[in-house]
Design a binder for this molecule. Structure first.
Ligand SMILES: Cc1cc2nc3c(=O)[nH]c(=O)nc-3n(C[C@H](O)[C@H](O)[C@H](O)COP(=O)(O)OP(=O)(O)OC[C@H]3O[C@@H](n4cnc5c(N)ncnc54)[C@H](O)[C@@H]3O)c2cc1C
Length: 469
């Protein structure tokens, strides 16, 4: 969008914000402002922000939104900045609204299996607090130690165990948000409920979940919890000579009606990168590994693990077996979680997030191979394979502009390949900036028109994270 109509000059903006905010909430230092003006996405454009605000309360968020609406200044909400699509990147002249200081767990209701949290709570901190009282918050993006619940809600984050337990949206019962549009800009609204069921009115909670900060700023979230799982989960490891055969095993596991709690893929490049960095003692003796976690307790779990291993072997695994070494199994899942930061040490990494129907995983992995070869690129692959959600990681040498251009072209081709296979350009990271063109190619024009109408209705002044999603 054209940001020229955003008229507030920086000093007017800072003075207006300062009327109700203590000076220490404002981020003006250029280095600090720069550090909070982008997320973790490679090569996603970032405009210069005018100022940052580290909000500590909903009232402060209201003041920021009111001020920005009056001055026509964009507001870019931000959690931990671990996003991989440029969603939290600054747009020219904006306020970066950092919600990470709003990090209180307000309530854990053991009787009703729910938690009420501020948006800046770190996912892993909520998990730990729930575990202390025998409860479990399942959504587990690999960024759980760093990413915030607000960011998870805004991106509808997935993770390793969504295969069996669902994504963030499945756990959001209600939320509070500072909005604009039909109500006054800066008003706080309560959406959703605390009950297990409820169908009063349109499902605005679902609309906000995954809206990437484009409809308002989430200031509180009510989340469903589950009882903690009993027992130690089983891990099944399958080794494969190539990526495509590992994809055949994923399709076979689905075909046989098996639903492990997690079914993750990582290739040799990822394993070696993690080993070089963390020295976990993992030997990469295959080009691709599938890691399945089975958490069904007792004999049924043992049978399920055996069936998963058999499906892997029948699909051409070099070997597949249940791990008898808990430490080794943990190290493998740790390697899966650390693969992305490990690869980042090798050079700039452009991260894909395509998702295809599970039977098409082998075909998508074949496309990854072909597109990588065509562009002379090193593509490492990790995947929430059981969901068909693949993260081909396009690793380039630092400072090599030719490789960057090849990677950017390959990125778009991978999006097209996923669309052609009946998939989507983003399974869990969000559209942000990087997948806007791909989204236009994927979605029905009518769907885009409806989405634009919703955004116009809820944010006629176009101040909430413009140019994203
Ligand atoms: C190592 C690594 C592993 C990852 N693994 C996964 C994974 O397994 N699954 C997965 O889904 N993602 C994964 N991600 C991506 C990222 O962690 C998620 O998208 C996460 O949900 C972002 O949370 P955040 O707090 O960092 O949000 P940010 O990056 O700060 O923001 C993300 C988006 O949410 C918006 N936003 C943030 N807070 C609010 C709020 N309070 N109100 C309104 N909008 C808001 C921002 O404007 C932006 O559009 C991974 C990232 C890394 C670096």
């Amino acid at each position: 969008m054209d940001l020229a109509h955003h008229t507030g000059s920086r000093s007017v903006l800072v003075a207006a914000l300062g009327r109700e905010l203590p000076a220490e909430r404002l981020v003006i230092d250029p280095d600090v402002l720069d550090a909070i003006s982008h997320d973790d996405a490679e090569w996603a454009p970032t405009g210069p922000a005018a100022v940052g605000v580290r909000a500590r309360s909903e009232a402060e968020v209201q003041h920021v939104v009111r001020t920005c609406a009056e001055l026509g200044v964009p507001v870019v909400p931000r959690g931990a900045g671990t996003g991989l699509s440029g969603g939290a990147n600054a747009v020219g002249g904006c306020v970066i609204l950092d919600l990470s200081p709003m990090n209180q767990i307000l309530e854990i209701d053991q009787d009703n299996l729910l938690a009420v949290v501020q948006p800046g709570v770190i996912n892993a901190d909520l998990k730990a607090a729930a575990a202390e009282v025998g409860l479990w918050y399942p959504p587990d993006p690999a960024s759980a130690p760093w990413s915030t619940i607000g960011g998870n809600v805004a991106t509808n984050a997935g993770g390793l165990c969504c295969l069996k337990y669902g994504v963030t949206r499945d756990y959001v019962l209600g939320l509070r948000a500072v909005v604009g549009g039909p109500v006054a800009y800066g008003e706080a609204v309560r959406l959703g409920r605390r009950t297990n069921k409820g169908v009063a009115g349109l499902d605005l909670v679902s609309l906000f979940v995954g809206s990437e900060g484009t409809l308002g700023v989430v200031t509180e979230v009510t989340l469903r919890l589950r009882p903690a799982r009993a027992g130690v989960p089983r891990t099944v490891v399958g080794a494969f000579a190539d990526l495509v055969t590992s994809g055949e095993a994923v399709a076979q596991i689905t075909r046989r009606g098996l639903t492990p709690a997690a079914l993750e893929l990582l290739d040799r490049t990822c394993l070696e990168a993690v080993e070089d960095w963390k020295h976990l003692g993992i030997e990469a003796d295959a080009n691709a590994l599938l890691l399945a976690r089975v958490d069904t307790p007792g004999d049924s779990g043992a049978a399920e693990a055996a069936d998963v291993a058999a499906a892997m072997r029948d699909s051409g695994a070099l070997w597949a077996e249940q791990s008898t070494d808990d430490a080794e199994a943990e190290a493998l899942f740790e390697a899966r979680r650390l693969a992305y930061p490990a690869l980042e040490r090798l050079g700039p990494v452009l991260t894909e997030d395509v998702c295809v129907p599970r039977s098409r995983v082998p075909a998508m992995l074949e496309q990854v191979n072909q597109i990588g070869a065509r562009h002379g690129l090193r593509i490492a692959t990790i995947a929430h394979a059981g969901d068909g959600n693949l993260h081909p990681l396009l690793v380039t040498p630092a400072g090599d502009d030719g490789a960057r251009l090849e990677a950017q072209a390959a990125f778009e081709e991978l999006l097209d390949a996923a669309i052609a296979l009946g998939g989507t350009v983003t399974g869990e990271h969000g559209v942000g900036i990087l997948k806007r063109d791909g989204m236009r190619r994927e979605l029905d024009p009518g769907s885009i028109a409806l989405q634009s109408a919703v955004r116009r209705a809820l944010d006629p002044r176009e101040i909430f994270n413009p140019g994203k999603g």
